[in-house]
Design a protein around this ligand. Structure first.
Ligand SMILES: NC(=O)C1=CN([C@@H]2O[C@H](COP(=O)(O)OP(=O)(O)OC[C@H]3O[C@@H](n4cnc5c(N)ncnc54)[C@H](OP(=O)(O)O)[C@@H]3O)[C@@H](O)[C@H]2O)C=CC1
Ligand SMILES: C[C@H]1O[C@H](OP(=O)(O)OP(=O)(O)OC[C@H]2O[C@@H](n3cnc4c(=O)[nH]c(N)nc43)[C@H](O)[C@@H]2O)[C@@H](O)[C@@H](O)C1=O
Length: 314
């Protein structure tokens, strides 16, 4: 990418898209184009076709998607499948039609089979059944990887697929039910501290293991890979370290400064027992994460505190 290359960041107001936008700006890229979902609904085939035909971006980061935590994925199954297929089909196909030089598709670690060996190697894709709570989201993401590969094989498009682990960071979604675990816990412990509650309840048994990457680290990896990585298939992006949900809750409790007890609601789903990325391929390309979990949670909590007036209305 040249500093003046025309780069479209789809989903630039989201947690990941906004981090990619900031990283590109930091690196001096000066021709960035964006559209909010109000300005352009990416599910709309004609709208996306007109946008690409008019703007003709040279590079595309596909960070727009219907995203949410375990309950949102399980509840809005049709939307997670339909919205994500529409968004990615429209963007990938029109990138081909208008001659985009390179596109990055963002998937997720939930594409791997529920009981895959750990850590998750890229070659474990499509080797077993998926976790049911996020099956429809995962099917859409797997279709996205295969779209990129099919367009590479048939048309020679340089479309790459990056699989991030569970993410958190600035501009996260703090919705009480629909968010991912880390923002949910930051909010719940904070509100319990403010209200002087004796305990906080977290979902499931606390035993699932998850790996967490700060979104700014992911953005750095994305911009890095967009410049140097040109392979079919997929590449994992993570830290290679995981933690149980119970330990995570204790960590967030300490950072937020809540002093009560932690209870477990085992009527809520645990989801996949473990999702630890194998990051050997990523490290071999020369990139490693920088922000460790304790530091990242403190940064995310500061961001949450600076926006509590917004979250209080949601
Ligand atoms: N968060 C996580 O833990 C993980 C995320 N990922 C992947 O990273 C990517 C970004 O996720 P994240 O930043 O967390 O998600 P967010 O929900 O924070 O942001 C998603 C963005 O997508 C845009 N969007 C959604 N629907 C539409 C639509 N119909 N038309 C146009 N734009 C739309 C939204 O735009 P607007 O704001 O304008 O409405 C929003 O800014 C996704 O592909 C996700 O699957 C992968 C692994 C983990
Ligand atoms: C990134 C990935 O994220 C999703 O999968 P997930 O890893 O299961 O996501 P999660 O962050 O929602 O939960 C992680 C764990 O944490 C537990 N947990 C405890 N207490 C809360 C809680 O309060 N909220 C939430 N959400 N989870 C909680 C929860 O029960 C589970 O055991 C995919 O659907 C899909 O979106 C995807 O790709």
């Amino acid at each position: 990418m040249e500093k003046n290359s025309k780069i479209y960041i789809a989903g630039h107001r989201g947690m990941v898209g906004s981090a990619i936008y900031r990283e590109l700006q930091r690196e001096g890229f000066n021709n960035l184009i964006t559209k909010t979902s109000k300005e352009l609904d990416l599910r709309n085939q004609e709208g996306v076709a007109s946008f690409f035909a008019e703007e003709k971006p040279e590079y595309v980061f596909l960070a727009a998607a219907k995203v949410g935590g375990i309950i949102a994925n399980d509840t809005y199954r049709a939307e997670f499948l339909y919205d994500n297929l529409q968004i990615q089909n429209n963007i990938i196909h029109n990138s081909y039609l208008t001659g985009v030089k390179k596109l990055m598709f963002l998937g997720s670690s939930c594409i791997y089979p529920k009981m895959a060996p750990q850590p998750l190697k890229e070659e474990y894709l499509l080797t077993g059944p998926l976790e049911s709570t996020n099956e429809f989201y995962a099917i859409a993401k797997i279709a996205g990887i295969k779209m990129c590969d099919a367009y590479r094989d048939q048309y020679g498009c340089n479309f790459i697929s990056v699989m991030p682990t569970n993410l958190y960071g600035y501009n996260d979604n703090y919705h009480p039910q629909n968010s991912h675990v880390l923002p949910a816990l930051i909010r719940r412990f904070h509100e319990a501290k403010e209200q002087g509650l004796p305990n906080v309840t977290i979902w499931g048994s606390g035993s699932p293991l998850r790996e967490f990457l700060f979104a700014d680290d992911l953005a750095e990896a994305c911009v890095y890979l967009m410049q140097d990585y040109n392979e079919p298939g997929l590449i994992n992006v993570g830290t290679g370290k995981d933690i149980s949900i119970k330990e995570l809750a204790q960590l967030v409790k300490g950072i937020v400064g809540f002093e009560g007890d932690i209870l477990f609601d085992t009527s809520k789903p645990d989801g996949t027992p473990r999702k630890l990325m194998d990051v050997t391929k990523l490290h071999s390309k020369g990139w490693t994460h920088k922000i460790e979990l304790t530091e990242g949670i403190a940064l995310a909590y500061q961001d949450f505190l600076s926006k509590t007036s917004v979250y209080n209305t949601n």
